[in-house]
Design a binder for this molecule. Structure first.
Ligand code: SF4
Length: 176
């Protein structure tokens, strides 16, 4: 079975993609989200760890490089959600996922970000494919919101009694 490093933004968004991929890939979940402000980050990280234990899933936690993330979106703070700040944010998180997958000899990397109805899968997949060329490691393209994926994540989050936030994660999305 192929080894997949799967970037995870929060526990609810891991649920349905895990269900969809678990028979075909040996998954390691990678929590890398320095975009999230600290109080919220700690909540999501703790929920992520609890869910991984329930699913018996291997996981990695990336460094909370909040300074690096802020540098990567400098000048874009006032962009609206879905705009240039989000593109830089996707790239920042996917780049670390690609680097980590390469260093640890995974066959593929990917992300669950596409499950959100607010996120454009084409944009996220294009960023992943560019990074795949740069880091010489294959990227798996998905749009997890398709085939009722988002709806399924809501049902599974309820079943697992997960904390589900109603904003994206950075301080700018909170002030929206
Ligand atoms: S709104 Fe979400 S994707 Fe956009 S910059 Fe903030 S955390 Fe990143």
């Amino acid at each position: 079975m192929f080894n997949l490093l799967l970037h995870i933004c929060c526990a609810p968004d891991l649920t349905a993609p895990f269900e969809r991929l678990k028979e075909d890939y040996n998954i390691s979940a990678f929590f890398y989200n320095p975009n999230i402000f600290l109080e919220e980050y700690n909540k999501r990280l703790s929920e992520f760890i609890n869910l991984n234990k329930k699913l018996n899933l291997k996981f990695k936690i990336g460094r909370y490089d909040s300074l690096g993330w802020h540098k990567s979106i400098k000048g874009l703070e006032k962009e609206k959600e879905g705009g240039k700040r989000c593109l830089a944010c996707f790239k920042f998180r996917l780049e670390k996922t690609a680097q980590t997958a390469k260093e640890n000899k995974f066959d593929f990397f990917s992300t669950v970000l596409t499950i959100s109805p607010h996120k454009d899968a084409e944009i996220i997949n294009a960023i992943g494919e560019n990074l795949a060329k740069e880091y010489q490691i294959d990227f798996l393209k998905f749009d997890f919101k398709k085939q009722e994926g988002f709806k399924r994540s809501l049902a599974l989050s309820k079943e697992y009694q997960l904390y589900r936030q109603n904003f994206c994660g950075c301080i700018y999305s909170l002030r929206r």
